[in-house]
Design a protein. Structure first.
Length: 179
């Protein structure tokens, strides 16, 4: 089950973001780079701004005991990151799935699929033509997951964690049926 994150859950969301980002990227980055990322991108102030953004929504995914297992963040309009600007995708017709993370102990339980399906349903029901996202070039498991949903690579961009510069592949899917 997905529930929209409320402003009074800010610290819970931040803790979850730090935990899941650390589990995913900590082994590949220095402690200093990770701490820099937490202070800049995952600060309480930044997450509060994100939650207040009218063209962005963040959700927790809960298990049958109402335990938080992960989170999802998506954007549209001007709230989208500028990553898609590398390809002529009309931003006003696109929907960005910016973050989708599941706690390590819940990997393989279907929560990622539940969140991703929810995001795509939201994009379609709101009339967007494209869904897109960025995925680390070495995250093969996530890439395979997105490809199974019909996403295709269309570009790439640099992603910075402290002093570490990685490459994210940009993937997209056309949501409208051809006449």
């Amino acid at each position: 089950m997905l529930v929209r994150v409320k402003i009074d859950q800010l610290e819970t969301l931040r803790d979850l973001e730090v935990e899941t980002y650390g589990d995913t990227f900590g082994p590949y980055n220095s402690d200093a780079d990770m701490e820099d990322y937490y202070q800049m991108v995952l600060s309480l102030e930044q997450i509060q701004k994100d939650l207040a953004e009218p063209e962005s929504e963040t959700y927790f995914v809960l298990d049958h005991n109402q335990e938080i297992c992960g989170f999802l963040k998506f954007n549209w309009g001007k709230a989208q990151t500028d990553q898609a600007q590398t390809e002529p995708v009309e931003m006003d017709k696109s929907f960005e799935i910016q973050r989708i993370y599941v706690k390590k102990e819940f990997h393989g339980a279907g929560f990622g699929k539940e969140m991703f399906s929810f995001a795509l349903d939201q994009a379609k029901s709101r009339g967007f033509e494209w869904a897109w996202l960025g995925v680390w070039e070495r995250n093969f498991k996530a890439q395979d997951f997105y490809y199974r949903f019909g996403f295709e690579r269309f570009s790439e961009h640099q992603y910075i964690t402290g002093d570490t510069v990685d490459t994210d592949w940009l993937l997209r899917k056309h949501l409208k049926e051809n006449p």
